[in-house]
Design a protein around this ligand. Sequence first.
Ligand SMILES: Cc1cc2nc3c(=O)[nH]c(=O)nc-3n(C[C@H](O)[C@H](O)[C@H](O)COP(=O)(O)OP(=O)(O)OC[C@H]3O[C@@H](n4cnc5c(N)ncnc54)[C@H](O)[C@@H]3O)c2cc1C
Length: 464
Amino acid sequence: MTDKDRHIIIVGAGLAGALVGTLLARQGWKVDIYERRGDPREKGYEGGRSINMALAERGRHALQQAGCEDAVMARTVMMRGRMVHFTDGSHQLQRYGRDDSEVIWSVHRGNLNITLLDHAEDAGATMHFNRRLDALDFEAGTARFIDDGDDGKAHEVSFEVVIGADGAGSAVRAQMQRETKLGERFEPLGHSYRELEIPAGDDGQFRIEPNALHIWPRDDYMCIALPNDSGNFTVTLFMPNEGDPGFDTVKTLQQARELFKRDFADLLPLLSGIEHDWQHNPASPLGTLYLERWRLYGRAVLVGDAAHAMVPFHGQGMNCAFEDCVSLARHIGEGPDLAAAFTAYENERRPNAEAIQHMALENYREMRDRVDDADYLLQRELGLRLQQRHPDRFVPRYSMVTFMRLPYALALERSRVQEDILLRATGGLEGLEALEGLDWEELDNEVRERLEPLTAEQKAGARK
Ligand SMILES: Cc1cc2nc3c(=O)[nH]c(=O)nc-3n(C[C@H](O)[C@H](O)[C@H](O)COP(=O)(O)OP(=O)(O)OC[C@H]3O[C@@H](n4cnc5c(N)ncnc54)[C@H](O)[C@@H]3O)c2cc1C
C-alpha cells in the first residue's frame, strides 16, 4: 500500500471510534471519523444511554496507549467496592480488591467522549458530525452519509478501508452482511434498565458514600448507583420486562413510587427528581450480540459494541471495546496486508469477547441475587483466604477481569476451576467460622495441582 492509500474512515465517534481514530492517526494514517450526532462540544452531549460507567485496568491501559489516561482520570471518582444496601436499611461495603490499589473508577460518558474527541483531533484525525452512514458500496469504494442535523442531504465519500465503531445497531455491520454472512445472533436478556438520579446536596456534596458502587440487590431486580464528579449519582434500575415487578407492571410514576417505597425505602427520599426522570428516561432493553465474523477481507472491520454488545453487569463493555482498539491498531501497524491484520485481530479478540459476554451474563445473577447470600459470602471469604495463601495461583475472577489484563478467555477458564474448588470445599458448611475447620493442607495441594501460577505477562496490569 502506498502512502496515498493510508487512509481509513471510521464510522461512529463514540468511545471506540474516537480511541481507535487517535491510535491510528498517531501511527500516521489519514483518519476521517463520521458521526451521526452533532458535535457534543458545541451542542452538549446527547448520549441517550448509561450516563456513567466503570472504568477498569484494561480501559485505563488503552487510554494510556493513546496518551489520554491522565486527562480522563482527572475527572473520575474512585470506587473501592460494592456498598450493598439490604432490605432492612443496613449496608455493608464489600471491597473489590485487597486495598486501594485494586479499585475501579466511575467516569461520565459525555466527559469521556469529549476528552477522546479532543485527543483524536489533536492526533490529526478529522471529525465529520451530523453524518449518519446510510450505505456502503464496497465494489465502488463509496460511502453515503445523511445529514440528520440540518439539511437531510446525502453526502458521498470514497473510501479504501472502513472501521465500524457505530455501536450495537451498527450500520457498517448491516452493510457488510449484504456482502457476506457474518453469523449474527442477538439474544435479548428480557430485562431493561431505566436511569434516575440522586442529585448533589445543597452544598454540592455527595449525599451517600462517594467512593463505592452502590447496589440494592432484590433477587430478580436491583438498583445500582455510580458517583459523578459533580456530586450527584446516576441510579439505574434493572428489572425484567414482564413480571411483578416488571417494566410492564411498573409503568406510571405512582407505580414506581410504590415499588421504591416497598423495596428501596432508603433510596426513595434521595431521588428528589424522580417525577422528571421517570417521565423522561425511557426503559431501554439489554441483550448480547454474537457475531461469527467481524471483518470483510481487507476492506471493513468492526470494533466495540458493533462486534460484541454485551449486558453491562461486569462493567466491561467499554473496557473491552478499548482493548479491541489497541489490538486492531497494533495488528494494522504490523504490516501492509490489512486482510491479514483484520484476521489476526479477530482471532485474538473474538474468543475473549465471547468470554466476557458470558461472564457479564453470569454477573447479573451474582449482583442482584447473590451478594447478600450467606453461601456466597462464605465462598467469597474462602476465595480471599486462598488468594492470600497463593497470590500467583488463586486470583478471584473479578480481580482477573478488572485489575489485570490477562485474556478474558483465560480468566473464564481459571475461574471455573476456582469455583469448583470453592464449591467443593464449602458444600455443607454454614457460617464463616466453619472455614477454620477446613483441611487447609488438602486445599493448598488442590490449588497447586489445578492452577498453574500466573506468569508476569498474564498478571500485567496488576498495580502491585
Ligand atoms: C446501562 C449500561 C451501563 C454500562 N456500563 C458500563 C460500565 O460500567 N463499564 C463499561 O466498560 N461498559 C459499560 N457499558 C457498555 C458501554 O456503554 C459500551 O460497551 C460502549 O459504549 C461501546 O462503545 P462503542 O464506541 O463501541 O459504541 P457506542 O458508545 O454506542 O458508540 C457508537 C457511536 O456510533 C454512532 N453511530 C451509530 N450509528 C451510526 C451511523 N449509522 N452513522 C454514524 N455514526 C453512528 C453513535 O451515535 C455513537 O456515537 C454500559 C452499557 C449500558 C447500556
